[in-house]
Ligand binder design. Structure first.
Ligand SMILES: C[S@@+](CC[C@H](N)C(=O)[O-])C[C@H]1O[C@@H](n2cnc3c(N)ncnc32)[C@H](O)[C@@H]1O
Length: 249
């Protein structure tokens, strides 16, 4: 198990999701995804990295979403999500799966012909290593039919070199309290934080090296990886903090 996987699977992460899931508001730029899903027609949402289910609140309000499939490799996190889902009026299936493999999802979707919306919210796609991103998109695209859509919510980087956006600064602060516990327990050291201006990643590290990072994007990068995966960009909307990219096969 790599360091990032150990981090995401820690009990304290799952607990923190549960305590903030019901209260945290929609990420501001997610409204673009909400509006697009409203016009997609009847569909199933497949939410990659659903975590504690923060987004269930607004997904449950979508009139055309008939079912939600939440995928996450942290069983502990899904247990917390399940607690929250008691309030979920739409059928919810929570699947323990690693979206770098998608073995369980492949079995679940086998023979299912309903229209689907595949979601990577909260920069989940930007937490993947560069070498994993293309593979994950290719796997996702292998599930997609013409009427399906992929939605990527990806945090922006600053246009000024050497500068962090306010969002990236907020992100570091948000996780720092939690990381004091998680990094210490897993790796026995204090967490350290930095912005890697070469790679444009917000990094949390332990004394052995980086543990988790979260990439900050520019539009041309998004277009490039989506197109390399054989998908077509239907729309890219630039919000205050994030890009929302919508793609189809
Ligand atoms: C930043 S949280 C996002 C939570 C939630 N979707 C939200 O928008 O607030 C990222 C989630 O992705 C999960 N995750 C990260 N890498 C994963 C992988 N390779 N396979 C499955 N889940 C993964 C983590 O366990 C974590 O719950």
């Amino acid at each position: 198990m790599d360091r990032a996987e150990r981090y995401w699977k820690h009990q304290a992460i799952a607990d923190s999701y549960f305590s903030c899931s019901s209260s945290s508001p929609k990420h501001a730029d997610e409204v673009e995804i909400f509006n697009s899903l409203e016009t997609l027609g009847e569909h199933i949402v497949v939410d990659f990295g659903i975590g504690g289910g923060r987004e269930l609140d607004w997904i449950n309000k979508l009139k055309n979403t008939t079912r939600i499939i939440g995928v996450d490799y942290s069983e502990r996190t899904l247990t917390q999500c399940q607690r929250l889902s008691v309030k979920s009026p739409k059928p919810l299936t929570l699947l323990v799966d690693d979206f770098r493999q998608m073995d369980s999802l492949t079995v679940l979707l086998d023979g299912d012909s309903s229209r689907k919306a595949f979601l990577f919210l909260a920069n989940v796609f930007g937490n993947l290593e560069i070498c994993e991103r293309l593979e994950v998109l290719k796997k996702t695209s292998s599930f997609m039919k013409q009427e399906d859509r992929l939605f990527l919510y990806l945090f922006k980087r600053s246009r000024t070199k050497g500068e962090m956006t306010a969002e990236a600064q907020y992100y570091q602060k948000y996780y720092s309290g939690l990381d004091q516990v998680v990094i210490k327990e897993l790796f026995g050291s204090e967490p350290s934080y930095y912005y890697d201006f070469e790679e444009n990643n917000v990094v949390t590290a332990c004394n052995e090296g980086p543990v988790v990072f979260s990439h900050r994007w520019e539009e041309s990068e998004i277009r490039s990886v989506v197109e390399q995966a054989g998908l077509k960009i239907e729309k890219i909307k630039e919000g205050n903090h994030a890009f929302v990219a919508i793609a189809k096969v």
